[in-house]
Ligand binder design. Structure first.
Ligand code: BES
Ligand code: MN
Ligand code: MN
Length: 460
């Protein structure tokens, strides 16, 4: 029997055990944003390292950072073959609102062919896909057909704040011919997808301060500026009537969508009505002149993610609040730069702030956007690999989300980056009731196995 068939048969035979092992990892609440879970993030790293050590790796290490640790593993027995660097993250998003989970987030449950729990798709399941593809080669063929390095970060969900230092300190360990990031989604059910673009991110927090304490609105109202009114006016100034961002210079560095890509995007089987239904929103909205997919993949945006200030309790309380604040994020496209956008946004907010309030703006984390060099042969090779696993042609897509690692590694090494993903757009990543389609998990393991096998045919 040819070697690849043995690998695929091994995956089918051990499917249930693979899921059980994923469940054990998902039980560890590796919430990176919450200091109370720091020990759990560490346990999650150790758990993965132990699993990888069982897979004949030459080296498995836990790499500490100033924050949460990363896990590194390498398999280098394919002399003369290319080296693939695979990236994922083992930290997860917070679980609140906890009351909306049908089954507890860290007690993974299997229902309807799905695995439910925090981190099942973002991103433990998608890291585990590679661990199990590696195992399937090691336990059948005896070794991998390529050299493989795996880096699994513990701080992706909090903006990968210590990643630059980590990549710098371990530049030699991470040297590779190709990079593969395993943290995106498929275009739709059963449709293998290769993601070729991600948006970036620039995030600021805006504080508006007025009186030193909440004032009686009868005695003081109308005679001092109300910070909540001021904040609302400032936020309202951020878009024009056509849905464009009204910050001066915001679009200066945006690379326009080409006709060829617009055609390709329009050719994808996108059902806008069912997409809209899945959001629950009453209508689509966005920048005039662009389709929904273009708006979410290839156009920059600005959104207020949270707002606070003033009286939030039951009933009426007559005050002029002392302060108000908002969290504002921009999704970026090539060639926008997070720091430049944060600066332009800051200038805009200062300019439109009405008199009578103090304004303070803090820049939170950012990420740079990515567009893959799809004329490189590795993209065709990856398409072929996924198509073999799924028995269907693989489509090129972009995604609107951000992964800081992608541009950092691409810029540092100049190597092409594959964005492979087996999530579904409706799997509730970051939301209550996150789930993973277990058929996709299985097909993901097979796709990873075919990917390694196909990359082995390439020159290093
Ligand atoms: N896996 C996501 C990125 C993603 C989202 C890919 C949607 C494809 C579709 C990643 O874990 C994530 O959530 N990233 C953050 C960015 C980070 C800087 C906090 C995001 O996009 O908000
Ligand atoms: Mn992720
Ligand atoms: Mn995420």
């Amino acid at each position: 029997m040819p070697a690849m068939q043995n690998v695929i048969d091994f995956i089918d035979t051990h499917r249930r055990r693979f899921v059980d092992e994923l469940v054990a990892w998902v039980r560890i609440p590796s919430v990176s944003s919450d200091p109370a879970h720091a020990q759990d993030v560490r346990r999650s790293a150790e758990h993965l390292a132990t699993e990888l050590r069982g897979l004949g790796a030459g080296r498995v290490e836990i790499w500490p950072t100033a924050g949460h640790p990363a896990v590194f593993g390498e398999w280098r027995q394919a002399h003369g073959k290319p080296t693939l660097l695979v990236y994922g993250h083992h930290d997860v998003q917070p679980v609140d609102p906890l009351g909306e989970w049908i089954s507890p987030p860290f007690e993974p449950a299997q229902r309807e062919g799905r695995l439910w729990g925090r981190g099942v798709v973002d991103d433990k399941g998608q890291v585990h896909i590679h661990a199990k593809a590696i195992e399937s080669f090691v336990k059948t063929v005896g070794k991998l057909p390529i050299n493989l390095k795996l880096i699994v970060e513990g701080e992706e969900e909090i903006g990968s704040v210590n990643l630059d230092a980590l990549l710098h300190d371990h530049a030699a360990d991470l040297a590779s011919d190709f990079v593969c990031v395993s943290d995106t989604a498929m275009f739709g059910r059963g449709l293998p997808s290769l993601c070729v673009g991600l948006r970036g991110l620039s995030y600021v927090e805006l504080f508006v301060e007025g009186p030193s304490l909440d004032l009686h609105s009868g005695s003081f109202g109308g005679a001092v500026m109300n910070p909540v009114n001021a904040l609302a006016k400032m936020i309202a100034s951020l878009h024009d009537e056509g849905g464009r961002v009204a910050v001066a210079g915001f679009y200066d560095d945006v690379v326009a969508l080409g006709d060829a890509e617009r055609k390709q995007i329009a050719s994808l089987p996108f059902d806008e009505q069912s997409w809209l239904r899945s959001t629950g929103a009453p209508a689509t909205w966005g920048e005039e002149g662009y389709s929904t997919l273009e708006r979410t993949w290839a156009r920059p945006t600005l959104d207020c993610c949270g707002i606070g200030g003033g009286f939030q309790g039951e009933g009426a309380k007559t005050i002029i609040p002392a302060r108000a604040s908002a969290k504002i994020s921009c999704r970026l496209v090539p060639n926008q730069e997070p720091n430049d956008i944060a600066r332009k946004l800051t200038e805009h907010l200062r300019r439109v702030a009405p008199p009578g309030v103090r304004v303070r703006i803090e820049t939170l984390h950012g990420a740079r956007p990515y567009l893959a060099p799809t004329d490189h042969p590795v993209y065709g090779v990856a398409q072929r690999a996924f198509s073999k696993a799924f028995g269907k042609p693989t489509v090129f897509i972009r995604e609107g989300g951000s992964i800081p690692f992608v541009r950092t590694i691409a810029d540092a090494t100049g190597k092409p980056c594959l964005l492979m993903g087996f999530g579904q757009p409706d799997e509730n990543a970051h939301a209550p009731n996150e789930w993973l389609d277990l058929d996709n998990y299985l097909l993901g393991i097979k796709s990873a196995a075919y990917l390694y096998d196909e990359i082995a045919t390439m020159a290093p």
